[in-house]
Design a binder for this molecule. Structure first.
Ligand SMILES: Cc1ncc(COP(=O)(O)O)c(C=O)c1O
Length: 341
């Protein structure tokens, strides 16, 4: 069995494991005050070309989303998100459990547009309703699609015009940045988002996300929010070390590039065989539509999600490659699939 289930399946890049081993007897300050977190934060600030942001290291995507969103919102404030958004579908109602309504919007490809947001804003709002205060988006989206810079700027504008924060979930941000056709640079992100995170867990880290706070209104007392939600890790240095390595010599971007290349090689081969896709993804998640008979055969040797039933005989599957996917596994998958056509 080989797994194309997700990009968290492997351990961590050897540079990270080596750095962790090299520092295993080192004594560090607790709770993210250590030298590694400081160095990693400095490298991130250099990468995004902004010194006036706050950077925190957190152990996973769900706590990062939960803490970021709840720290920004008052009890009666709500967040607009695509209906496919991770916070809406895959986080066990964490945001709702914290008391905030998610206002979901149907989108054809997982991408929000100002007109989607406007539709929600057109609804009635006063003290009998929740207040719309934040927009959530993921880049790349859960459908593997990416935003162009102009699209993000247009969303920024509608947030500004309506006094709303913009939060970007960057669980796979490296894959968006390295995707063919992408024009968003790392330094554009603080110009666009009030708060965003650079995902490490799905791009070679053992488990670490780097949260960047741009808007000064969100910065005060942020450590209290992290601690209260149980994510201020005593051994914060372990998180810092991971990002120190990811941000050394462009490792973060090299790993994401490999991830994308493996999925795109698969996509090209599948396209050549005449298969279509649920969405046009230039990143490391692809959604080919296959006959169910072929899917059943492939399931004997490969793990992947059946993402969506397309019709009686066809389904879209999700194939995810990672920083560690060997090219031979991609070649073997295509070779195996060809047997069933
Ligand atoms: C876009 C996105 N955000 C957040 C998460 C949550 O991450 P975690 O599983 O580390 O809580 C995921 C995980 O799949 C994700 O894909």
């Amino acid at each position: 069995m080989y797994s194309f289930i997700c990009d968290y399946s492997e351990g961590a890049h050897p540079n990270i494991l080596k750095a962790l081993a090299d520092t295993c007897y080192e004594q560090n300050e607790g709770y993210n005050y250590d030298q590694h977190c400081l160095t990693a934060a400095k490298r991130i600030k250099e990468e995004i070309k902004r010194d006036d942001v706050d950077v925190y290291f957190l152990p996973g995507g769900t706590p990062t989303n939960l803490i970021s969103i709840t720290a920004c919102l008052r009890s009666y404030e709500a967040i607009i998100a695509p209906s496919t958004g991770h916070i809406e579908v895959h986080e066990t109602g964490a945001i709702e459990a914290a008391g905030h309504k998610i206002l979901p919007i149907e989108t054809p490809d997982g991408k929000l547009t100002p007109s989607h947001i406007q539709k929600i804003l057109n609804g009635f709002e006063d003290e009998h309703t929740v207040r719309r205060k934040m927009v959530f988006l993921t880049n790349p989206t859960e459908n593997g699609t990416i935003y162009k810079k102009a699209e993000l700027q247009a969303i920024r504008k509608i947030c500004d015009d309506n006094d709303m924060y913009l939060y970007i979930d960057g669980a796979r941000l490296g894959c968006a940045i390295m995707a063919e056709g992408n024009d968003v640079k790392m330094e554009d992100l603080p110009e666009i988002a009030d708060i965003f995170y650079i995902g490490g867990t799905k791009n070679g880290a053992l488990m670490a996300e780097a949260l960047v706070i741009v808007n000064d209104k969100i910065k005060p007392d942020f450590r209290f929010h992290i601690k209260q939600r149980g994510a201020l890790t005593a051994k914060g240095s372990v998180l810092g070390i991971q990002f120190e390595e990811l941000m050394r010599d462009n490792l973060y971007f090299k790993l994401a590039k490999h991830s994308n290349e493996m999925a795109q090689k698969m996509a090209k081969e599948l396209e050549g065989l005449g298969f279509s896709f649920l969405t046009q993804s230039p990143t490391n998640q692809i959604f080919p539509i296959l006959p169910n008979s072929i899917i059943s055969e492939l399931e004997k040797s490969y793990q992947f999600y059946i993402w969506e039933v397309v019709d009686h005989d066809h389904s879209a599957i999700r194939l995810v490659t990672s920083w560690a996917t060997p090219e031979e596994k991609v070649d073997q998958f295509i070779k195996d699939l060809k047997q069933f056509i």
